[in-house]
Design a protein around this ligand. Structure first.
Ligand code: HEM
Length: 433
């Protein structure tokens, strides 16, 4: 449409449009209002952008705007700042650290399972959103110092996440309009409590603690340089944005799909019984012995993954055989890529068997990129998989969850995932739980 381009169709049903365009070719032009955007659709062209020619791209306009609102965390930063912070932060997600976070996650999952009662109806998406926020907050902040921060994150983060994409797309001149009042209030409150918890943790020997914030404060590179408090603030905020809705959506979809496939659920329960076999907490070492949960998570994330990633060319570059000028905004959709019928036959069907070794090993690696690839690949991928696995292995043997509505819950594109709008489920206690 003149002046609006593809914006009306994109606003009406972004998931449908992004998928439909995949049939049109590997590199396309979309007009979002008056802004031309290059939409890269094929697995090969996406690989060029994320890995082979990553040096010719930065994160682009949308992320710059998010960076202006919430600070330059790793996901928004470019160039040397991105490299430096990523190198400093990476060890926080190494195996020896994950073992400690696993204990916190296991405790949180047990508390969630203990809070339910027989016959109760829940909205699995709502429940998992609160749970994901509380679990990440519990690994981020030390129990004795983090109380007010956890409280604020629980209340304010959902308000921010719900509106972040709209806010990033809106012109900055409108930031103080009354419609943004609750958003601004939540953003201000979270900023203040995060600063307070950083100051308190900095003053209380962070080098002796193992929560994520203390590790960020003690991180040093080879020259002994660390992060400033302002940088720690931005990285913490980034993790809260990147690591809550993604996990909540994955868990809610998993519970929904399992309720539709009792045969798959039964296989998982048998495996959990064999590996854990009782009421003990699920540990870090248990996680890799539960491959049938991993197959289900792989399939859930294929079907409901990250909807849009953005980049901008920093120089003229050839993608999929097309010359793209410098300063061009580029759009990728992992959601659409992973539902491409040429890569995945019958792409809308939930089928965890796609991830049995004989099928998965035959698939080219760059066809499967739920966590991105290259120098910007998700830093929290193992953390996310561990949290999702521990949660499912704790809940499923105790509770049977069944979807109340017959059809698949409607899904909605947000700043990150294709998440379900609501997943009403009835829960009943398993007889041998
Ligand atoms: C199912 C869960 C998750 C999914 C599907 C997911 C997906 C992704 C994807 C696709 C990217 C790449 C973005 C890009 O290329 O522009 C990314 C980046 C990132 N993710 Fe995740 N993520 C998940 C969970 C987490 C968790 C739990 C954390 C932290 C605790 C996290 C922290 C980050 C950060 C900091 C980045 C930016 C990395 C960089 O730019 O170097 N994510 N994530």
């Amino acid at each position: 449409m003149p002046g609006l381009g593809h914006l009306p169709r994109l606003a009406r049903d972004p998931l449908a449009l992004l998928r439909a365009l995949h049939a049109e070719g590997p590199v396309l032009r979309l007009d979002i209002g008056t802004m031309p955007v290059v939409y890269v659709t094929s697995a090969d062209a996406v690989h060029e952008v994320m890995v082979k020619k990553a040096r010719s791209f930065n994160k682009g306009r949308l992320f710059k705007r998010v960076g202006k609102i919430f600070g330059e965390g790793m996901a928004n930063a470019d160039g040397e700042k991105h490299r430096k912070n990523r190198r400093l932060i990476q060890p926080i997600f190494y195996k020896e650290r994950l073992e400690g976070y696993a204990r916190t996650m296991s405790g949180k999952a047990k508390s969630l399972a203990d809070s339910w009662s027989d016959g109760q109806t829940i909205d699995a998406h709502q429940v998992m959103s609160t749970y994901a926020i509380e679990t990440l907050a519990a690994t981020l902040f030390s129990a004795d110092l983090g109380g007010p921060a956890v409280q604020s994150v629980r209340e304010d983060l959902p308000v921010i996440l719900r509106n972040m994409l709209r806010r990033a797309l809106a012109p900055p001149s409108l930031d103080n309009l009354p419609i943004w009042r609750s958003f601004n209030r939540s953003a201000d409150r979270m900023r203040v409590v995060i600063d307070e918890v950083i100051t308190a943790t900095r003053a209380s020997h962070p080098e002796e603690r193992t929560d994520l914030l203390s590790l960020l404060l003690s991180a040093r590179d080879d020259d002994g340089e660390g992060l400033t408090d302002a940088e720690v603030h931005d990285e913490l905020t980034t993790m809260l944005f990147a690591g809550t809705e993604t996990i909540a959506s994955t868990l809610a979809w998993t519970l929904y799909h399992l309720s539709q496939r009792p045969d798959v659920e039964k296989e998982i329960l048998r495996e959990i019984d064999k590996v854990i076999g009782g009421d003990r907490p699920v540990t870090f070492d248990d996680v890799r012995q539960l491959p049938s949960i991993k197959r289900v998570l792989d399939e859930v994330i294929r079907l409901h993954g990250v909807v849009t990633l953005m980049r901008r060319t920093t120089e003229r570059v050839t993608i999929g055989g097309h010359e793209i000028p410098a300063e061009t905004e580029v759009l990728l959709s992992l959601y659409a890529l992973h539902r491409h019928p040429e890569l995945y036959p019958d792409p809308d069907r939930f089928d965890p068997d796609r991830w049995l070794p004989e099928s998965a090993d035959a698939r080219p690696r760059h066809h499967v990129v739920p966590f991105g690839a290259g120098n910007r690949k998700c830093i929290g991928d193992s953390f996310a998989w561990m949290e999702a696995t521990i949660t499912l292995a704790t809940i499923l043997p105790r509770w049977c969850l069944r979807s109340v509505q017959g059809s698949t819950p409607p899904q909605e594109a947000t700043a990150s995932m294709a998440h379900p709008t609501a997943v009403p489920m009835v829960i009943s206690r398993r007889q041998n739980a």
